[in-house]
Design a protein around this ligand. Sequence first.
Ligand code: SF4
Ligand code: SF4
Length: 128
Amino acid sequence: MSQHHPKVVCEVDTCTHWLPGEVCGAANIDILNEEEQAAESVEHTMCKTFAERRGLANLIGSADNVNWRGAIEAAIMPDRELSPTTTCVVDSCVYWEDGNLCMADEILVSGSGAKECQDTNCETFRKK
Ligand code: SF4
Ligand code: SF4
């Protein structure tokens, strides 16, 4: 049985993994606590996989974390949506489950115009 992963909807249009339609083209994203202590609010979470889009060098640099299979499946199978797997360590969230899994159906990563990981948030975080 394959593991549950939420559909990722992302507003962070300055990220090298971002694609039009609020899609994340990364193979996997890591959602982390911004501080050492467990997150208490949305602002304490971040997408660590964020990388600022900076021309071609950056694009090539991110090529080892591209969901190529998902992109091909999305292109040939209309009901397949492109979305990365999610690894989340924010265990103070109601959706978190053992194995660093997120059991939400969908997560929203916010932070339009972000310049660094800390500018992004998992909007779907809800404190346990
Ligand atoms: S910020 Fe995170 S979720 Fe959004 S496109 Fe970048 S890697 Fe994907
Ligand atoms: S909704 Fe909660 S468990 Fe899921 S990625 Fe966001 S912070 Fe992690």
